[in-house]
Ligand binder design. Sequence first.
Ligand SMILES: NC(=O)c1ccc[n+]([C@@H]2O[C@H](COP(=O)([O-])OP(=O)(O)OC[C@H]3O[C@@H](n4cnc5c(N)ncnc54)[C@H](OP(=O)(O)O)[C@@H]3O)[C@@H](O)[C@H]2O)c1
Length: 322
Amino acid sequence: MGISREATILVDGIAIPRLAFGLGSLMKWAPNHAYPLPTDSSKEVAQALKAGFGHINTGDIYTNNESAAESIKASGIARKDLFFSLKLNTYAALGCKGKDSMVESTKKEIDRFGLQGYVDLLQLHFPPRGHPGNLTNREAWRVLEELKDLKMARIIGLSNWTLKDYEDIMDAPDLKYKPQVNEYELNPFLLFDPALRDRHFYEMKQGIVHMNYGFLSVLSGKLPRDRAPALLKELELLSDETSLTEAELLLSWAYDCLHGIVISSSSREDRLVGLAKLFIGDDKVPLQRSIYDRIEKAAKEDGYEGKSFYKHGHMDAAATGK
Ligand SMILES: NC(=O)c1ccc[n+]([C@@H]2O[C@H](COP(=O)([O-])OP(=O)(O)OC[C@H]3O[C@@H](n4cnc5c(N)ncnc54)[C@H](OP(=O)(O)O)[C@@H]3O)[C@@H](O)[C@H]2O)c1
């Protein structure tokens, strides 16, 4: 496997592989269901590990962890060669009963995935914001600080945290550890969203690593194609010129231009092998800057408004109790 050659970002001396395979995209939904059905992703996870992905990203509320765990254990991959990131649910409406249940859930996933006592990166999936039944942001973060002290998490971080949410922990007088990572949606359109830029600038100043998903929303049908004519046309031209797929071009842009951690996923072996060839083997060679200029110019022309797919409506409802 190509894991040891995968480019990494160092956080406190711990190497985070820059390309992560996300389990969330593999979950199956049924009509009128508020949450995904139990899903068997064993084949897809086995494919990803075989292709060389060494960073697996999941959440305790994902419905395919059991099958993914079987594939990880069956792969025989050494614990030191696997980087495992786990997001913890913080919403009462989705089953979080506060500190004890967060600790319990972390232990359960560590055992289920055979992780020898620790996850590499532990995150709060969403800011709980102290809505009825939920912990406050500070209380939830304190649970992660404690789990880090117990050595159940090597790195601790956040997901979907906004600038306002950061205030609740960064300004806390008893803050013990700063968050080290924040995971959120990003794509070439959102690059021009001032709110996203402000958050990114803040994270750079604080030394918080960004880890992003949703780069392919315009290809996977999550965002309507007719809202992105300029980018789709440019990707088609660039794909002909470079012999890279449109998805490979978008993920290359993310990888080479944003310098964070890129999460993506596919159920298709051919796509995974293509990504592994591009990103995991020998050091990735950045594409010419002129290619990325064309991607960014087209995305700017299409505009950033309405270009976020993950509104997390059901999560917001869970958090607010509405
Ligand atoms: N923290 C959070 O709240 C949060 C939210 C969302 C996601 N995530 C994480 O981030 C991961 C990635 O999320 P994402 O699904 O938004 O990632 P993405 O990279 O935008 O999309 C991945 C999807 O794109 C499809 N795809 C790949 N290549 C394609 C191509 N050439 N043309 C059309 N479709 C293509 C794949 O489907 P095929 O199977 O057909 O290839 C896959 O389902 C998730 O698995 C999850 O772990 C976290």
